[in-house]
Design a protein around this ligand. Structure first.
Ligand code: FAD
Length: 316
């Protein structure tokens, strides 16, 4: 079973979510070819061998440095043909999701997004996917021989297998119609760790009382190498930028650790965090609903607890 994995990159490095996609593909079947588009460091591409890619196609055309859905879709379809791959695996990211949908429509493939399990082959080819913003799961069977699987962060454990991958330059004829929308440039909203990519998120709510108190959360985030997030009212009030707003109407995160400080735990906030591996809630109200979703809870005043927690972490 030949599998193609689309790996995303940023600043020459492969994204962690794409490494998971390679590890997922390897657990699915062993003939795994990855494809990277645009400028990516060679050592990064070779390193995908550690996670199970035998070969890496590198379409290094500078026009592909900026993500362009149409062009990326066409390159991936061509690579699937060239590699005789029936399955495309990719990350369920803001880039991966629209690319997955377009590839599936153009090739007539079965598409499953938000996938959290390896397939159950005893039930045809059924995968478990997260639905209703993480409040439920569905098993869906992919009946077409061609399949596109977009996997959610933390869907599989990453197992290292030895050896470098062989990197092969890959050239595709691109036409003007592939670039009907051109990304001229991109810039990060902050220099900090991006929320959807973060393994640890420190998030603050209205209980933080005002933007002037955020420095204690930023200190904690720095000590943990974490991204910062917030509840909706916090970004609505302009205490924090909108791209940090987590929840049903904001960013959905699935980190290893989500620390919620002074957030009550409204259902709309939980919808964005309930795929986190471990949730720690710090709230002075023992009745705060968030405690029901927490793995660990601390009842107390954030302004006393957070500085002590940060000091303790720095001391480790
Ligand atoms: P509050 O509910 O006011 O909670 C503040 C918490 O801080 C309280 O639990 C309090 O006990 C605690 N606290 C106070 N002082 C301290 C202290 N010193 N130390 C420790 N704890 C303290 N919300 C989102 O977050 N994301 C969304 O995507 C989202 N989408 C929405 C969509 C819709 C259609 C609607 C109607 C609402 C949405 N909301 C969303 C809003 C949501 O319903 C809640 O109003 C919001 O999440 C509450 O934010 P909060 O927990 O920061 O504030």
């Amino acid at each position: 079973m030949a599998i193609l994995v689309f790996v995303e990159s940023a600043e020459g490095k492969i994204k962690a979510t794409s490494i998971e996609a390679v590890a997922y593909a390897y657990q699915l079947g062993d003939a795994v070819t990855a494809i990277a588009l645009g400028d990516v460091e060679k050592s990064e591409l070779e390193g995908l061998g550690k996670y199970g890619a035998k070969k890496v196609l590198h379409a290094a055309d500078a026009k592909l440095n900026q993500p362009v859905i149409q062009a990326y879709t066409n390159v991936l379809i061509k690579a699937m043909e060239d590699e005789a791959a029936d399955i495309l695996v990719l990350a369920n990211s803001s880039l991966g999701t629209p690319v997955a949908a377009k590839v599936a429509v153009k090739t007539g493939a079965s598409l499953a997004s938000n996938v959290v399990s390896l397939p159950d082959k005893s039930a045809g080819f059924a995968v478990k996917k997260s639905i209703y913003t993480g409040k439920a799961f569905a098993w869906v069977e992919l009946t077409n021989p061609k399949k596109v699987i977009a996997i959610r962060k933390n869907a599989v454990d990453i197992k290292e297998v030895s050896g470098n991958a062989a990197v092969t330059p890959y050239t595709v004829q691109l036409s003007d119609s592939d670039f009907a929308v051109k990304t001229l440039s991109t810039e990060k909203a902050t220099g900090e760790i991006l929320l959807p990519e973060a393994n640890i998120v420190v998030s603050g709510g209205r209980g933080m009382k005002g933007p002037e108190h955020w420095s204690i959360l930023e200190d904690l985030a720095k000590a943990l190498n974490a991204a910062t997030g917030c509840s909706k009212p916090v970004s609505d009030m302009g205490w924090r930028p909108h791209h940090e707003h987590v929840g049903q109407t904001g960013v959905k995160v699935a980190p290893q650790l989500y620390i919620a400080v002074g957030i009550s735990g409204a259902i709309q906030h939980l919808a964005g965090v309930n795929s986190s591996k471990c949730i720690v809630v710090i709230n002075k109200d023992p009745e705060a609903p968030f405690f029901k979703a927490a793995d660990y809870g601390i009842v107390g005043d954030a302004f006393e607890i957070i500085p002590k927690l940060t000091e303790a972490i720095k001391a480790v």
